[in-house]
Write a protein that binds this ligand. Structure first.
Ligand SMILES: *Cc1c(COP(=O)(O)O)cnc(C)c1O
Length: 464
């Protein structure tokens, strides 16, 4: 069979049709899926057909089988976990990324997508207020962004002691001490585990989940001098939305010679909004930052961003070359020198498209709108009998309890069954909570009003 562009026509037309039907349904369909994974299995499963099926029939079948099992994460009334929707320019760019099929590892091989990513990287550093010479790697999500940044950290803190981890590994290496706030995201632990650094030593947090600088100071003072140290800070707690006191924490960690990493999966974006920028003051003084584009920026999954101030640390950890061959002035470098993968899709291209379509003011307005709707949601819910907002709503996250744990769980279950909204149940600071994350670009005032009404209904029903 030879390549013919028109052999894609039928399948792409069908896919566009199904995509439109899905997007048209999002505004009014129940937000949650109507079938469970177990119920969907029979449709997808079954014996592998003996022979081929026309591509357009496969696309139709996929759409039909999937429909009952799709979560409307795109809905303006989806507030689960911390998940954004998808901006039109980003979705369309993502389609092109698939059609182009560019394996974006090397600049000379795929110059268009590599350059679009470089441009997006420059815009990101500017918007997030980070050093313009930093290396930016496009990875699958914040988990891998944390992994990538902490990989560079591991290289750097060991190399300062004369240990070449790329050549000699971790066996016999000085033990790297990693400190993280009690309420760090679990994926920081995952990243450290993947890197062979074990679990972090935990530093006490305050009632909003922010690392306590006095406790951090104490922990740092207790570390023997000459020990390689990494401090993991957080911009945006998944429950409260709170930000670690970055200015003071970065300064004290620096005084102790630590590498400072900031997990800012959704919080780092506060830097792009003038009215919220104070929340990340001091972040730029860190060594590395992990964030997501598939949350606050609203590009399709999978898209995280690993940012490392020192390109030498980044490129001697990733990429296939000897660590000693790095020049002091590395230039833009190949994409594969800044991420763990060799082959990968051009996932930075939808970031370029999102930023190009929003512009500086659009990004600022997006982040401010999310935080503004979170405040309105909190005010509305605080007016419901028996509901209590339990965090300081400083950003996009709202946590609510409804008296006791059993009642909070009952309200959450009724809310999800009602289908008007989708919000996560969680446990925070020893109590069950209903957790709301306003992360979707399309949430508007009407969504907020309908969502507060849905919470009121669920709360009234759960009282009976
Ligand atoms: C979502 C999140 C992560 C993990 O990000 P993924 O994109 O799911 O890998 C890490 N840290 C924080 C603070 C998060 O909110």
């Amino acid at each position: 069979m030879s390549f013919r562009g028109d052999s894609y026509d039928q399948a792409l037309v069908r896919a566009a049709h199904h995509a439109r039907a899905w997007l048209d349904s999002v505004a009014e369909r129940p937000v949650g899926p109507s079938a469970t994974a177990a119920e969907l299995l029979a449709g997808f499963n079954g014996p592998l057909p003996d022979g081929p099926t026309p591509p357009e029939d496969v696309v139709d079948l996929l759409a039909t089988l999937s429909a009952p099992g799709l979560m409307a994460i795109q809905s303006g009334r989806f507030f689960g976990w911390v998940m954004g929707g998808t901006l039109p320019a980003a979705l369309a760019a993502d389609w092109l990324v698939s059609a182009w099929d560019q394996n974006t590892g090397m600049r000379y091989a795929t110059p268009a997508t590599a350059t679009a990513e470089e441009a997006a990287a420059g815009w990101l550093l500017d918007l997030l207020g980070l050093p313009s010479g930093a290396d930016v790697g496009f990875v699958t999500g914040a988990t891998m962004a944390n992994f990538t940044c902490l990989g560079a950290a591991r290289t750097a803190v060991l190399s300062r002691l004369g240990w070449d981890v790329a050549r000699d590994g971790l066996g016999g290496a000085p033990r790297v001490r990693v400190l993280a706030g009690e309420e760090r995201h679990d994926t920081v632990d995952l990243a450290l585990r993947y890197l062979g650094l074990g679990s972090p030593a935990l530093v006490a947090a305050d009632e909003q989940g922010r690392i306590r600088v006095d406790a951090l100071t104490e922990s740092l003072n207790a570390v023997d001098s000459g020990t390689p140290v990494v401090v993991c800070l957080q911009a945006g707690n998944v429950h409260s939305g709170a930000f670690d006191p970055l200015e003071a924490a970065v300064e004290i960690a620096r005084q102790h010679g630590a590498w400072v990493h900031v997990d800012g999966a959704f919080g780092l974006w506060a830097a792009a909004a003038p009215s919220l920028r104070h929340l990340v003051a001091g972040a730029a003084g860190a060594d590395s930052w992990g964030t997501d584009a598939h949350k606050t920026l609203n590009v399709p999954y999978d898209c995280g961003i690993a940012i490392v101030a020192d390109p030498v640390a980044m490129r001697s950890t990733f990429g296939a070359h000897a660590s000693y061959l790095i020049s002091d002035d590395p230039g833009p470098g190949d994409p594969l020198e800044k991420v763990p993968e060799f082959s990968r899709r051009a996932r930075g291209v939808p970031v370029w498209a999102a930023l190009r379509s929003l512009g500086r003011s659009g990004v600022a307005e997006l982040v401010e709108r999310l935080a503004g709707h979170a405040r309105e949601m909190a005010e509305g819910i605080a007016g419901i009998d028996g509901a209590r907002v339990v965090n300081d709503v400083v950003y996009t996250q709202v946590c609510v309890d409804f008296g006791d744990d059993a009642r909070t769980r009952a309200v959450t279950a009724r809310l999800i069954a009602d289908g008007t909204v989708w919000m996560s149940g969680s446990r925070w600071r020893d109590r069950d909570v209903l957790r709301i994350s306003v992360s979707n670009w399309s949430t508007d005032a009407d969504d907020v009003r309908r969502s507060v009404d849905a919470v009121r209904r669920a709360s009234a029903d759960a009282s009976i």
